[in-house]
Design a protein around this ligand. Sequence first.
Ligand code: UDX
Length: 441
Amino acid sequence: MHVTMIGTGYVGLVSGACFSEFGHEVICVDKDASKIERLLKGEIPIYEPGLEDLVARNVEAGRLSFTLDLAEGMKNADAVFIGVGTPSRRGDGHADLSYVYAAAKEIAENMNGYTVVVDKSTVPVGTGDEVERIIRETRPDADFDVLSNPEFLREGSAIEDFMRPDRVVIGAESERSKDVMRELYRPLYLRETPIVFTTRRTSELIKYAANTFLAAKITFINEIADLCEKVGADVQAVAKGIGLDGRIGGKFLHAGPGYGGSCFPKDTRALVHTAQDYDSPLTIIETVVKVNDDRKRKMADKIIAAAGGSIEGKTIGILGLAFKPNTDDMREAPALDIVPALLEAGAKVKVYDPESMGEARELMTQDGIEWCDDTYDVIEGAHVLSFLTEWNQFRALDFDKVKKMMAEPVIVDLRNIYTLVDLSELGFDYHCIGQASRLRK
Ligand code: UDX
């Protein structure tokens, strides 16, 4: 099959490369000349484990190519995917659909023969109808179907998520278009992946319902963690104890500093707005959004409390800045709230992240941040050391060395990568999420 992928951001590039790995001929199109130039040289604009090799292998095999020219990209297209960004619109939190609609118009102008237009970007319910309307208006003679096929890719494991998904959701209303999708996803059929065919509007909503549910699940365990700290319980044991109930499930019950990233914050806000527009408010998700926003700011207070109530003139070491490990993505990362709050409280802040230092420097422009070269550089002279992202390389530190290097042995572990028992025994004043900070005698 011939596939055109519009947008070489996270979703477009990963999906395009994976479809080419399935054996289809894929052309990725983007308007950003510097991005296409880099891709043509074999450079990958984002950090995603395995993506560079996957792209190189399929380019070499002649199944994957990149172009700025949509007309060329759509010459033989059986299916055109829209994988452009849908950022939160400034001011009102609605998803900004201008890139999606612009893509629809251009697709219409370049269509030849029956074409399946598939929306992979996360879009509010009804966007497919509008895409269809735009195409019909631009090219009344066109033979096409508009489908919804949301992505459920996690950054850091996006390729695995594409190749071995829990399910594929397809919103399609004609048999002809369903056949094209069956052919595209044939390797997954052979692996018996559940493929959910439904209506376009239902498919659009499934994506938001999935992400907002997961955001609510995380927020639930985060609030339980706060309660655990007060009553002397252990949130990790609570998560295990409830997660073993098959109705609840153990995933996404890891308490932390609040969810971030390119999807959960944006999608929760967008669904809240959609629900309000239809006069069917999602009060539970409205609360999730508020609790999560407040939580990130409260994490700075936790660090200040661990330092004895004031960090004026003290040095705080921060390990990890990205919103989660295995990505360089800083979008809505808790660090963006925590670090400025620490600076405002009068501290000097030393930071290090294995992948996101470049992006972080652009977003955190305040005075008083020391950008360190490695983990131990951060630790040197710190009065408090705090883990904000659970990178593997932070999981096995030499704590004898850490203790000697720190000004005071205080650790605030916002990702629970160590344990109270172990670090207390090593002589640290250890604070984590969802556990009292003193061992009970
Ligand atoms: C998410 C969805 O998982 C994916 O299906 C969707 O298509 C895009 O959004 P992603 O944002 O890449 O993927 O990361 P994810 O692993 O879901 O984590 C999101 C945030 O939740 C991170 O900040 C992470 O630290 C936090 N999280 C996740 C927790 O705090 N606890 C958990 O148990 C899981």
